[in-house]
Design a binder for this molecule. Structure first.
Ligand SMILES: Cc1ncc(C[n+]2csc(CCOP(=O)(O)OP(=O)(O)O)c2C)c(N)n1
Ligand SMILES: [Mg+2]
Length: 276
């Protein structure tokens, strides 16, 4: 990745963070922490990595993104709108009755959404199924499944991990947003996972680690994952929940909390969102 492209993507991520804070403050609901945590991951996938056509969301042979940690929908919606899947105007209807932008992604309502999610733990199994379907069609498309680290405490994730290993679905790339924090506390407090890489490795997966806030490192990790053909890969991204807003960083209370007036001003100031 060139330095220019890296800095362009970093600028896009900064703008996305500012837009997220504006949006969630305006609707007084939603999930800031987990959205800020996966900003670079989603931006790199949509703006740099995936083979997609926002004007033709059902394009045959497209790559697919499953946001298995569906509560980070606000960041995904911002990116889908920026990509042109639907008008940016729609964003202000987020979480309103009748809006196609519900609190968690819905495949039947929103262009660009590949799977309805929200109940944690279901994305990987579905992604492996899609990957098997693509294999039958002899397509070279990739399925990307973004999971939270609290999410992988769900048993269904490990059933899917076994299936991915058995069926060698190397065209399904799992991405772990490893911020160390879940809804009610840290992973260590709620349910320690120990050595996460060793666990996936023991389940037969190719484990790649990277800094999830470095778009270039993440894109390189995806390239490495794509080269592995004998087993599925998981990219364990080291991230910070609430990244970019000091008082949200690493704090589980910002998992899903309305942004108050003073907090909004501080967050926007820190992000440079009021201009200079
Ligand atoms: C099956 C299920 N159980 C509980 C919840 C409630 N819930 C929503 S988000 C969340 C915490 C998720 O933590 P993590 O996966 O680490 O997400 P992140 O830190 O990336 O926001 C919980 C418990 C849910 N959505 N689905
Ligand atoms: Mg987490």
């Amino acid at each position: 990745m060139t330095e220019d492209r890296k800095s362009e993507l970093n600028q896009i991520c900064l703008k996305l963070r500012i837009d997220l804070v504006d949006l969630l403050h305006s609707i007084q609901t939603g999930h800031p922490g987990g959205s800020l945590s996966c900003t670079e991951i989603l931006a790199a996938l949509y703006f740099e990595i995936m083979n997609i056509d926002p004007k033709n969301p059902q394009m045959e042979g497209r790559d697919r993104l499953i946001l298995s940690k569906g509560h980070a929908a606000p960041m995904l919606y911002l990116i889908l709108a920026e990509s042109g899947y639907f008008p940016k105007e729609d964003l202000k209807t987020l979480r309103q009755t009748g809006s196609h932008l519900q609190g968690h992604p819905c495949v039947h309502k929103t262009a660009g959404i590949e799977l309805s999610t929200g109940p944690l733990g279901l994305g990987l199994g579905a992604g492996i199924g899609m990957a098997l379907g693509e294999r039958l069609k002899k397509s070279d498309a990739f399925i990307y499944v973004v999971m939270g680290d609290g999410e992988i405490e769900e048993g269904a994730v490990w059933e899917a991990a076994m299936a991915g290993s058995k069926f060698k679905t190397s065209n399904c790339i799992a991405i772990l947003d490893n911020n160390g924090v879940q809804l009610d506390g840290t992973l260590e407090e709620i349910m320690p996972l120990g050595d996460i890489g060793a666990k996936w490795s023991a389940f037969g997966w190719n484990v790649i680690k990277c800094n999830g806030h470095d778009v270039e490192a993440f894109a390189e990790a995806v390239d490495e994952a794509k080269k592995e053909k004998d087993k599925p890969s998981i990219i364990i991204c080291s991230t910070v929940k609430g990244k970019g807003v000091s008082f949200m960083e690493g704090k589980n209370i910002w998992h899903g909390k309305a942004i108050g007036r003073q907090e909004y001003i501080q967050a926007k100031t820190e992000l440079g969102g009021f201009g200079s």
